[in-house]
Ligand binder design. Structure first.
Ligand SMILES: [Zn+2]
Length: 468
């Protein structure tokens, strides 16, 4: 095959190996959307590179855990009744009510707007954990992948790379029947679920920015024998296997009562706690579970601290997990905030509050320990590992997914190449991202996406129709 045309971007600074370097350019193949190489600018013919003055280039961020439709309820659950508590479970009731109100077209419009917000925050790939399968009455659509088509279409239309994680949801609690309000999620038959997952794999093969994975929702939502069967399917097809794990103490207690073991122990006993697995949340772990998740090569843990703080889930034992060898990625989950830089800094800041120390999640940089390279790695390379994407790094063969940082942004003033990783990881707001490319195609220019006005109008009309 003939090599395609090559484009070259030359920013003021480029992030490589956890450090910013001046005078490096990145070249990518326009046809394949893959990086050809990163080299000193002098190696490219004069005038061949597109200069990005005042910009630092980083790999696009990978959002490993998202439920796009939950963007709909942002700002609508921040209250509680005069009598009674607000918690994860009461939030879930509000989320279920929103899920029941959405038509397939609504899902498209909410997802499209949500995905634009992600692109603007520098996210170039999303793991969309999707479990809304049926119509509002709970009947299957004529095409079992009706809503998946809409979600894939939304990502394609805005140019976001998507790994669509096919949710399995069969029980309302451990060993309990589905509740009426969960009727749209129902996948009561394992063979039918695996057949639809196989169809999804065929479907995404025709879309250049799409891939697929499997996602038994949680220990609450699938019968235990399904775990091994779905995992075998994932292994057979080389797919990510994602699952909510130990998000709430009540979930751990129900698992202990039913299986005599905690959730991560069940995953290990059933042979699914390997490198295919991404355990989402994992906020309630014992030392033994931390050791299981830290094994190598082992699972990825997807922390969603922006959501976990909002829902009162608890804090990840991030320092202990990293010490055990675990790999941490991040997700925007319920979309309370869409800000990958905030997600990574919350992990560090939660640890500072928990441990009454500073600079906790640190790795060695020269003769000292720093947090920024490790945190930035969670938002890039670790997310790509979770979704089994060749992405999250500026290196040959990786997806040409980039985010450009505006070095003139007020929050960064006083920057140097040495302090920029820390400024990004611990201080910068999302709007330091000025430009975004996915597969070599520029999707965000000067902070704006070209479909934004139209997507915002359509999203607003869904919100008004549902909430008045
Ligand atoms: Zn989730």
């Amino acid at each position: 095959m003939e090599p395609g045309p090559v484009e070259v971007l030359l920013p003021d600074l480029l992030l490589r190996g956890g450090e910013f370097h001046a005078d490096l350019a990145v070249a990518y193949d326009v046809d394949t959307g893959r990086i050809e190489g990163v080299a000193p600018a002098a190696e490219f013919a004069a005038g061949a590179a597109i200069r990005l003055p005042g910009r630092a280039l980083v790999p696009g961020f990978v959002n490993a855990h998202s439920h796009a439709f939950q963007r709909l309820i942002r700002g609508r659950t921040q209250w509680r009744p005069l009598v009674g508590a607000a918690d994860f479970w009461s939030w879930r009731d509000a989320m279920y009510a929103a899920a029941l109100a959405l038509s397939p077209e609504d899902v498209y419009h909410v997802a499209r707007f949500c995905f634009i917000e992600m692109l603007r925050a520098g996210i170039t790939a999303v793991g969309e954990f999707h479990y809304l399968h049926r119509d509002p009455r709970g009947d299957p659509y004529a095409d079992p992948l009706e809503i998946q088509h809409r979600v894939l279409g939304a990502a394609e239309d805005v140019g976001l790379r998507i790994c669509l994680l096919h949710g399995a949801y069969a029980t309302g609690g451990v060993g309990e029947p589905l509740r009426p309000e969960q009727r749209r999620f129902a996948t009561p038959d394992l063979d039918a679920y695996l057949a639809s997952a196989a169809e999804l794999v065929r479907l995404v093969a025709r879309r250049p920015l799409a891939s697929a994975g499997v996602a038994p929702h949680s220990i609450r939502a699938v019968p235990r024998p399904w775990l091994g069967a779905i995992h075998a399917f994932a292994r057979g097809h080389g797919l990510p296997f994602h699952m909510h794990v130990s998000e709430q103490p009540a979930e751990v207690a129900a698992c202990l009562a039913a299986h005599g073991a905690r959730p991560v122990e069940v995953l290990e006993a059933d042979g699914v706690a390997d490198e295919q697995l991404t355990a989402v949340h994992a906020t309630h772990l014992t030392e033994r579970e931390i050791a299981i998740l830290g094994a190598s090569p082992g699972p990825t843990i997807c922390a969603c601290p922006g959501t976990e703080r909002d829902l009162g889930d608890g804090m990840l034992a991030a320092e202990e997990l990293l010490a055990a060898g675990a790999r941490l990625a991040i997700g925007t989950d319920s979309q309370t905030v869409i800000a990958p830089l905030e997600e990574i800094r919350l992990l560090e800041y939660h640890e500072r509050l928990r441990k009454l120390r500073r600079v906790v999640l640190a790795g060695r940089v020269g003769d000292r320990l720093e947090v920024a390279p490790r945190l930035l790695d969670m938002a890039t390379r670790a997310g790509a590992r979770s979704l089994r994407l060749r992405a999250g790094a500026l290196e040959p063969g990786a997806c040409a997914d980039f985010a450009a940082i505006d070095l003139g942004h007020v929050s960064l003033q006083g920057w140097s190449a040495g302090t920029l990783p820390a400024l990004l990881a611990l201080s910068a707001p999302p709007d330091v991202i000025s430009d975004v490319w996915v597969g070599g195609v520029q999707r965000v220019r000067a902070g704006m996406h070209e479909l934004e006005a139209d997507a915002q109008r359509a999203f607003g009309s869904v919100v008004r129709r549902i909430f008045g």
